[in-house]
Ligand binder design. Structure first.
Ligand code: SF4
Ligand code: SF4
Length: 438
């Protein structure tokens, strides 16, 4: 009974801290802009393809496969974790074992996946600590980002070690008590041979130790994740669901501008509801100007650097790094959040995302090639953010590179980006035979 009470208190504390953290994040969402989500069937297909089947991650076959195995393993192991929570609360032992063969399949898969995940994590840690993988570096990758990645990987490694330990000593405990173990544990069965000579008391101790260590690590890890780049463990699937499903090259029109143009062409055209509301600002200046999908993208970013690794601007030595753009949105919102909670939407600390975090030089270095969005394993759309920040610079500040300003002036005066008057457009045909006969 005491153990159940301690477990219930630990669970309550975990849920309480988690709810507190999530509340802060959801509060931030209230200060982002609206964006409608439609075409649910296409979104479900995309989620299955990109998030569940991990399609994009396989562009790097070896590391991709390891990452996918870790993801699929987590899904299988989640079942065992839910069982542990029920066992911990109600004092039962392997409560789902009534499922028979299905339970055996799940336990066996979880046991094998625990070993695969442990080996994969060791490979990931080795790469991060001892190999110079270019995409793990960059101006945005501060020492804290690297420490964060290593800490989360170490957590996962200990989770897998304690899971295997729990299964191993459970098998030995039931064997010593002449009972039949429920579930099948192929890897732990092999490990059990290594500890077969241990005394009964030690086996019972290590079984309980691993059980508690595993579940408490899950509780702590769940509360560390939201402050880490590994928040994507929670966020990546929903992020893919809300991500952009239109072709990448399609540029979204700005509703307010489209409306103005329509009215210029036909002043009697009917206006949509809310069309007469004053426009607050064109484009994105600060983190509170991005839409909620952009903010969700920022929270989901794994900082893997696959986007920056394929960015032609970054490769050719320009300042731009699409990973930095996404990380800056998250960092700026985090900085502004306490003020927003205290003072509401009107809070102004004199800083902004563009200028204080992201420079004009970075924004204008983008070629809008969409390689970054194509490569991102969780469908983050970096170019749409860059485009909206450029829109702010051009429409609110008249700040554009000189080459573009000339084109804009020509469009205004001549109706085309070139410096010729509209009357001269057919001059090129003057000397053509067809023209002469006409
Ligand atoms: S769209 Fe821009 S940021 Fe993305 S890869 Fe191309 S140049 Fe880089
Ligand atoms: S935006 Fe996507 S590709 Fe780039 S670092 Fe984040 S998760 Fe990786």
């Amino acid at each position: 009974m005491t153990a159940q009470l301690i477990f219930a208190l630990a669970l309550l504390l975990t849920l309480g801290v988690f709810a507190f953290t999530m509340r802060r994040y959801f509060y931030n969402f209230r200060y982002t802009k609206k964006k409608a989500i439609s075409n649910i069937p296409a979104r479900l297909r995309e989620t299955f393809k990109v998030a569940i089947a991990q399609q994009k991650i396989f562009r790097h076959p070896v590391m991709g496969l390891l990452h996918a195995l870790v993801f699929w393993g987590f899904i299988v192991i989640l079942f065992g974790s839910i069982e542990m929570v029920i066992d911990g609360l109600f004092g039962t032992v392997r409560v789902f074992s009534f499922m028979g063969w299905f339970y055996n399949v799940l336990m066996a898969s979880g046991d094998v996946f625990a070993a695969i995940i442990a080996v994969s994590i060791l490979v990931f840690l080795f790469r991060r600590l001892f190999m110079h993988v270019k995409r793990f570096y960059g101006v945005e990758m501060k020492p804290i980002s690297k420490a964060d990645a290593n800490l989360a990987l170490s957590f996962i490694l200990f989770l897998m070690i304690t899971l295997l330990g729990m299964n191993t000593f459970y098998l030995l405990e039931t064997l010593n008590a002449d009972q039949n173990a429920v579930g099948v544990f192929p890897v732990s069965m092999l490990l059990a041979d290594l500890f077969a000579n241990m005394g009964d008391g030690s086996i019972i101790f290590w079984h309980h130790f691993n059980w508690w260590a595993h579940i408490l690590l899950i509780f702590v890890f769940a509360n560390v994740l939201p402050y880490s780049k590994h928040f994507h463990v929670f966020m990546s699937v929903p992020n893919v669901f809300v991500s952009r499903i239109e072709p990448l090259g399609k540029v979204d029109n700005m509703e307010s501008i489209t409306r103005e143009v329509k009215l210029m062409l036909d002043p009697s055209a009917p206006m949509d509801a809310g069309a007469d509301e004053p426009i607050e600002k064109f484009g994105v200046l600060d983190a509170t100007d991005v839409n909620w999908v952009n903010y969700m993208n920022a929270l989901s970013c794994t900082e893997c650097g696959r986007c920056t690794a394929v960015c032609p601007a970054n490769i050719t030595g320009k300042l731009l790094s699409p990973r930095k753009i996404v990380m800056d949105v998250r960092a700026r919102m985090k900085e502004k959040s306490p003020g927003l909670i205290k003072e509401g939407a009107a809070f102004d600390d004199g800083k902004s995302l563009v200028f204080d975090y992201i420079t004009e030089e970075e924004l204008w270095a983008c070629t809008m090639c969409n390689a970054c969005a194509q490569e991102c394993p969780i469908n983050i759309n970096q170019p749409s953010l860059i485009l909206d920040m450029r829109r702010y610079l051009v429409l609110e500040q008249s700040k554009a590179p000189s080459g573009l300003n000339t084109a804009f002036a020509n469009i205004e005066n001549n109706g085309a980006p070139w410096q010729f008057s509209p009357e001269d457009r057919m001059n090129w045909a003057d000397e053509l035979y067809l023209n002469e006969t006409a």
